[in-house]
Design a protein. Structure first.
Length: 132
């Protein structure tokens, strides 16, 4: 009889406890291109706009031989840590609060310093994230 009561209580606890939902993850890459120098890999453009749910993580990989500096220009303050992301590394940004966020990403080295060829001026990447 005691085993039945324990099993029934355990079932109630499991039914009442909220399920842990994994935060969605969006992956972006910074790619080198000949025209303008860089693009977001998902859009093929220097600016990207996305909408994510609160708690989402955006993982950005610098798939280019350059280092990049990140600067937040709008939205609730993000925990960006060190502004610099080095070539081949990833940066994870968690969007914990609702709002409209804007980030500017600039390369540290010039294409010439890295032995890369580009057409036209070097661009600055922008990322706009709307968190609902």
């Amino acid at each position: 009889m005691n085993r039945l009561l324990v099993a029934a209580c355990a079932g109630i606890v499991l039914a009442v406890a909220p399920a842990a939902a994994a935060s969605p993850t969006v992956r972006l890459a910074i790619l080198h291109t000949v025209r303008g120098c860089h693009v977001w890999s998902t859009t093929g453009k220097a600016s990207a706009t996305m909408t994510v749910k609160r708690g989402a993580r955006v993982v950005i990989r610098a798939s280019c031989p350059m280092d990049f500096d990140f600067l937040q220009t709008a939205g609730p303050k993000l925990a960006l840590g060190d502004a610099r992301t080095h070539a081949g590394t990833m940066r994870t940004i968690v969007f914990a609060k609702r709002g409209l966020y804007k980030l500017v990403v600039t390369n540290v080295q010039t294409p010439e310093e890295q032995g890369l060829q580009t057409l036209g001026p070097t661009n600055t990447l922008t990322l706009t994230v709307r968190v609902t």
